[in-house]
Design a protein around this ligand. Structure first.
Ligand SMILES: [Zn+2]
Length: 342
């Protein structure tokens, strides 16, 4: 390969997105002590008890002995006689998540959003409103922020049915045409999920596939790809495998056992020549070392053979002023179209 071809490959790779895929573990890590008012993000196991709606099951005859919402919801949703119980469970879930408020100080979600740019994407399986709440505040530091996709919808997404504009549900009215916003139905935990049930979810999955095809780095944070999401995993692998991946990178952020994580993601890692790194913290990943320059840093080191290190790395900040100050040199360069690693 001659030098010109090297430069072309590097240039091409730098233009590619960094894709983050978020699961329940990401929200858990973002609010380790609960939300602003100490409310915990519930886990699937014992979910109904944790959000205080287990009383809805009084007098309901269930085959499953499991306390897992997936097993309970899956069974009830096939029984027409329990339609009203199902609808009350759905209302309880939405009400619980609508109350959640991100803590006042910067969180990992704030760092994550600010560390990516417009060409990048965060796709989340989570219903909670915290990612959108974080987006709305770091948006005051810069408006060059990643795309967000809600693969199971979210309680904070509002859609205008007149002009198909998306914005936070709490704005209540469409900022383009003034019609009241509606909230797309959440994709509930049944075994056979219908990803085309609603235009919002279908559009999100189509866009997600596009990012999986093009991303240079894919980071999977706190998403365990449970059995009930086997269809989702199949769709993800199909999109990921559709192009040449040997130079690309996969990162996994999770506190589960490494061996288990390797097993879960080996079919993806194989495509990248096993470029798979496992971390327990967001701060240790590529965006931790190269905030807003993750793909640039990756290419500089792995394609162009650079041995240096970034001088501006992600660190915990006590306030949004401190966070804005940390990112200021990068944002100043960006205003001159300079996206080099510093
Ligand atoms: Zn509208």
């Amino acid at each position: 390969m001659n030098r010109d071809e090297d430069i072309d490959i590097a240039e091409l790779m730098r233009s590619r997105p960094h894709l983050f895929i978020l699961g329940a573990g990401a929200t858990k890590a973002t609010i380790p002590n609960g939300d602003k008012y100490g409310r915990q993000s519930p886990v699937m196991e014992n979910f109904m008890h944790e959000i205080g709606i287990d009383g809805l099951l009084e007098g309901v005859k269930l085959k499953t002995k499991s306390k897992n919402i997936e097993a309970i919801y899956s069974e009830l949703s096939t029984k027409p006689e329990y339609a009203s119980v199902v609808s009350k469970i759905e209302d309880g879930i939405v009400a619980h998540y609508r109350q959640m408020q991100i803590p006042d100080a910067p969180t990992l979600y704030d760092y994550l959003i600010l560390s990516l740019r417009h060409k990048d994407c965060i796709a989340t399986f989570n219903w909670d409103p915290l990612l959108i709440q974080a987006y709305n505040r770091v948006n005051k530091i810069t408006s060059d922020l990643p795309q967000m996709l809600f693969l199971h919808s979210s309680v904070e997404v509002g859609v205008c049915e007149d002009c198909y504009h998306y914005e936070p549900f709490r704005n209540r009215y469409c900022s383009i045409c003034g019609q009241p916003l509606s909230s797309p139905k959440l994709l509930y935990p049944v075994k056979h999920k219908d990803y085309s049930q609603d235009i919002f979810i279908k559009d999100s999955w189509d866009a997600f596939s596009g990012y999986l095809e093009r991303a240079c780095i894919v980071t999977i944070w706190g998403y365990s790809a449970p059995k009930s999401d086997s269809e989702a995993k199949k769709m993800m692998l199909k999109a990921f495998s559709s192009t040449f991946r040997k130079l690309d990178q996969i990162e996994v952020i999770d506190i589960a056992e490494e061996e288990k994580l390797y097993k879960t993601w080996s079919s993806f890692a194989k495509k990248t020549n096993y470029h798979l790194n496992i971390y327990t913290s967001l701060m240790d990943t590529f965006i931790g070392e190269f905030p807003r320059r993750s793909v640039e840093g990756y290419v500089k080191r792995n394609i162009e053979g650079w041995w240096g290190g970034s001088t501006l790395t992600l660190k915990e900040c006590k306030s949004f002023d401190e966070l804005a100050h940390l990112f200021a040199p990068l944002l100043a360069n960006e205003s001159n179209d300079n996206f080099c690693v510093i």
